[in-house]
Write a protein that binds this ligand. Structure first.
Ligand code: PMP
Length: 352
């Protein structure tokens, strides 16, 4: 820390992203990316846009916002496009929380939520999940703050039914409820319709997972116009050109190729079923994940040891040190070939 660093941030512990090794030596199952390349349409569109990079990108993201609005049956004014869904979440913390309005989220969830809270000096409540890592909806009735629920939840993949989320929304007419649907396309129920129905719901999605655009950085929020306007005020006060032209074009291309996305999601779900069966055969305990990842622990082999040994053998997964989940590893569902290598390598470790 330099002697010039503002006192405001002296205590901040930054978010720690998963490792991104720059060589190809690992079977990389640690950051929930898609194993499939972006749609050919996305690549073609991005290449065309590269030839116009002397111009600023459209600050109103009009073409893409219209395409997203059409897809979800809402109006462009109900959409905010962000540099990854992380940026939308950041705006949501800034817009809908403050010293008197805490953020409320589960004790096991996306690790960026407490960091967003800290950077903006927002108090937060970490609501314990049940023993099986499911959310008890009653914990969020009259939450007394802004609710952030990843659905399916990060790390565990456990999802709440849409009807339970609607109950939470109805029980909190004076609190904003943010549903982070980063992993919704792999088997959970979306709450986009709730964003159209209630004035206190923001649904956040990303093109980083099911749409293979993690490196392009594209996320979006869907909400009533008033909530979108609030977040837009913050966007226009920080970076009105938050989406670069190549990413915008790639995202437009992706939305013109929804069959490709659907086929990739089906493959991931098939590979998830295969992986779950194999892990159960090896004696692992698993949460009921409907994400593009599984969350596993072995009754006899230490979670940290599994992570380290897999890494030494060329398979990268994600291990978190937080006490409640320190025995677990989170493993992204990759291609069938990747999952076969993962299982073979794991078998060597647990059968030693
Ligand atoms: N929400 C959740 C639950 C996530 O796991 C992630 C990715 N790690 C994000 C949001 C952010 O994704 P992105 O910024 O790539 O859209």
């Amino acid at each position: 820390m330099s002697r010039f660093f503002s006192e405001r941030y002296a205590e901040l512990t930054p978010y720690e992203p998963g490792e991104q090794p720059q060589d190809q030596t690992y079977v990389k199952l640690n950051t929930n990316e898609s194993p499939f390349p972006p749609s050919a349409k996305a690549i073609e569109r991005a290449a065309q846009a590269a030839g116009r990079l002397q111009l600023y990108s459209d600050p109103d993201v009009r073409i893409l916002a219209k395409k997203l609005a059409d897809k979800f049956g809402v109006e462009p004014g109900n959409i905010l496009v962000g540099n990854g869904s992380d940026e939308i979440l950041n705006f949501a913390f800034m817009a809908f929380c403050d010293e008197d309005t805490p953020a409320v989220f589960p004790d096991v969830t996306y690790g960026f939520y407490p960091v967003f809270a800290q950077i903006h000096h927002i108090p937060y409540v970490e609501m314990p999940l049940r023993e099986d890592f499911s959310v008890d909806k009653k914990d969020y009735f009259d939450a007394g703050g802004t609710i952030f629920l990843a659905n399916p939840n990060a790390h565990t993949g456990v999802a709440l039914p849409r009807a339970d989320i609607e109950e939470i929304v109805r029980a909190n007419p004076d609190n904003v409820v943010i549903i982070d649907e980063a992993y919704v396309d792999f088997g959970a129920e979306t709450c986009v319709d709730l964003a159209a129905k209630y004035d206190n719901v923001l649904v956040v999605q990303t093109m980083s997972k099911s749409r293979s655009l993690a490196g392009a950085r594209l996320g979006y929020g869907i909400a009533c116009k008033a909530l979108i306007t609030d977040m837009n005020t913050l966007r226009n006060s920080t970076n009105p050109y938050n989406i670069n032209s190549m990413t915008m074009a790639a995202a437009e291309g992706v939305l013109e190729d929804e069959e490709y996305t659907a086929a990739n999601c089906r493959k991931v779900m098939e590979n998830r079923d295969f992986t779950v069966r194999e892990l159960q055969r090896l004696g692992f305990e698993l949460t009921d994940s409907v994400g593009n990842f599984i969350f596993m622990k072995h009754p006899d082999v230490d979670g940290g040891h599994i992570y380290e040994t897999l890494k030494a053998k060329g398979v990268l997964v994600r291990h978190f040190t937080k006490e409640r989940i320190a025995q677990y590893n989170r493993v992204t569902i990759g291609s069938r070939e990747q999952m076969e290598v993962f299982i073979r390598t794991l078998e060597e470790i647990v059968n030693r």
